[in-house]
Design a binder for this molecule. Structure first.
Ligand code: ZN
Length: 246
């Protein structure tokens, strides 16, 4: 497809660090086997990324998360990949606070961003994030319904495409990405480490085109994005820039 953008498009790669195919499984093969493979791909291309890490993942893999935080942005993905729209306000606050403290202790930095697991949250979730001092929220997806946000100072950065993009044949996902780059100033993509390993006990649809195929598509996608001249950014970078623009 011919390039049609007038200014340099920006792309943010985000990776959710959580249990396998949450909430369907309680295993961690993705973090144990898939995450190191994804880190190799990111390092090979020398691109930044934002990792949304659950408090539980950080407790189980503190050294790995600390290492990731040396090179990439680490933000918060709840405590145990809970559905925030199903929790009472106090419970939501307690879990966000707990996950925030764990991440801060392990990485040495307070996370600036939050993404609600499964993109499920309430207006109170946003109020809690503001109260705790978060700068941005990435809990919305442009392809999912979301609660209306009341006046909030949080910078809102929605996810652009579902992670199933990684499962499409490369020629097709490239066309979709190309269109997004034409029309959007920022394209936010999300990936999961469990998608790049073959998890034998997962449901068929969750296993479709995963493992090496998915890892290879991630690699090819980043190569393709480089050819478009897209600039890779972290969500923190986007949020801090937007916050200064008012
Ligand atoms: Zn998640």
């Amino acid at each position: 497809m011919k390039k049609c953008y007038k200014r340099m498009p920006r792309v943010a790669l985000t990776i959710d660090v959580e249990q396998d195919a949450a909430p369907f499984l309680n295993t961690w093969q993705g973090v144990e086997k898939g995450l190191p493979l994804m880190l190799e791909v990111l390092a090979k291309h020398d691109v930044p990324a934002t990792f949304f890490v659950t408090g539980l993942a950080a407790e189980r893999f503190p050294e790995l998360i600390a290492e990731i935080s040396q090179r990439y942005e680490v933000s918060c993905h709840g405590y145990e990949h809970e559905r925030f729209d199903k929790l009472a306000v106090d419970e939501q606050r307690q879990r966000i606070q707990k996950a925030t403290e764990i991440l801060q202790k392990i990485t040495g930095t307070k996370p600036l961003g939050f993404k609600a697991p499964n993109f499920k949250f309430t207006v109170q979730t946003l109020a809690i994030l503001e109260e705790i001092g978060y700068v941005y929220d990435a809990s919305k997806a442009s392809y999912k319904r979301a609660p209306r946000q009341s006046c909030s100072s949080l910078v809102e950065i929605p996810n652009t495409l579902p992670s199933t993009l990684l499962h499409l044949p490369f020629w097709l996902s490239r066309q979709v990405l190309s269109l997004c780059l034409c029309f959007l100033p920022l394209v936010v993509l999300d990936y999961h480490p469990w998608e790049v390993v073959e998890i034998s006990n997962a449901r068929f649809d969750l296993r479709f085109a995963t493992g090496d195929k998915a890892l290879n598509r991630l690699d090819r996608t980043i190569s393709y994005l480089h050819t478009t001249g897209a600039r890779f950014v972290t969500l923190k970078e986007v949020a801090l820039y937007r916050a200064t623009q008012g």
